[in-house]
Design a protein around this ligand. Structure first.
Ligand SMILES: [Zn+2]
Length: 239
């Protein structure tokens, strides 16, 4: 099988080949044993979309018209069943055989994860190469944020802080005003300064148990500590 082929497609292909063998042998009654639960269940689908499954159902229908019968039996595990272990060994030998026939057609659904991984790798590459990417520090692996039942208000707070765009630090752009500065340090006010650097908030950081790493602070797991800190320094409403 091509490397892009899913396990499910491979299992269906094996069943289709077994049906073909039974047809060639002109057997009246056959039993096919499979340890693939998904394949044996999917045979029951009335309108399958998978092309190999469609083919299997057509073959079974035609055999029934000829008075032949094929039973598909699911066996829970191949361990300890001599016939199935032999089949497993044969499958491994066939996969290592360079002269083995390789199926060239696989359903488009098998290509979806391949395409997804390809696009994600390009995205990941660009994400890391972009010199002006302010979000790289917060989310280097491009993982989606799992809010886990967090209330809407806290989701908004966390997202604004993660993107670095808050009312406090960016409202001046809408008001065409000058950027706000920290009253203590006289540096431009940004999320990094508030959460990590400004010495004025050191006591409140400790009191609220805020971690010392920006990425860790801005995870959903630390939302309660974060909100406590923002309340302590009286800027929760300005996020
Ligand atoms: Zn400061």
């Amino acid at each position: 099988m091509p490397p892009e082929c899913s396990v499910y497609t491979g299992e269906l292909h094996a069943i289709a080949e077994a049906i073909k063998l039974s047809t060639n042998l002109n057997a009246k009654d056959s039993v096919i044993f499979t340890d693939s639960l998904s394949s044996s269940q999917s045979i029951k689908q009335p309108y399958p979309k998978h092309p190999i499954l469609k083919n299997i159902k057509t073959q079974l229908y035609e055999m029934r018209l000829q008075g032949k019968n094929i039973e598909l039996v699911w066996i829970p595990s191949h361990i300890g069943i001599p016939g199935n272990e032999e089949a497993d060994v044969a499958a491994k030998e066939a996969s290592a055989d360079p002269s083995a026939k390789i199926i060239s057609k696989i359903p488009y659904t098998d290509m979806k994860p391949v395409i997804k991984t390809y696009i994600r790798n390009i995205w990941h590459d660009r994400w890391h190469k972009n010199q002006n990417n302010k979000l790289l520090q917060i989310n280097p692996n491009l993982n989606p944020v799992q809010y886990m039942g967090m209330c809407r208000r806290y989701q908004v707070i966390l997202t604004r802080l993660r993107t670095g765009h808050t009312k406090l630090t960016h409202q001046h752009l809408l008001q065409r005003d000058v950027a706000r500065k920290c009253e203590t340090c006289q540096t431009n006010l940004d999320v990094n300064h508030i959460l990590l650097d400004c010495p004025s908030y050191q006591r409140q950081r400790r009191a609220s148990g805020l971690p010392g790493d920006l990425r860790e602070i801005l995870t959903p797991q630390n939302i309660d500590r974060l909100v406590t800190f923002l309340k302590c320094i009286n800027i929760l409403c300005d996020i």
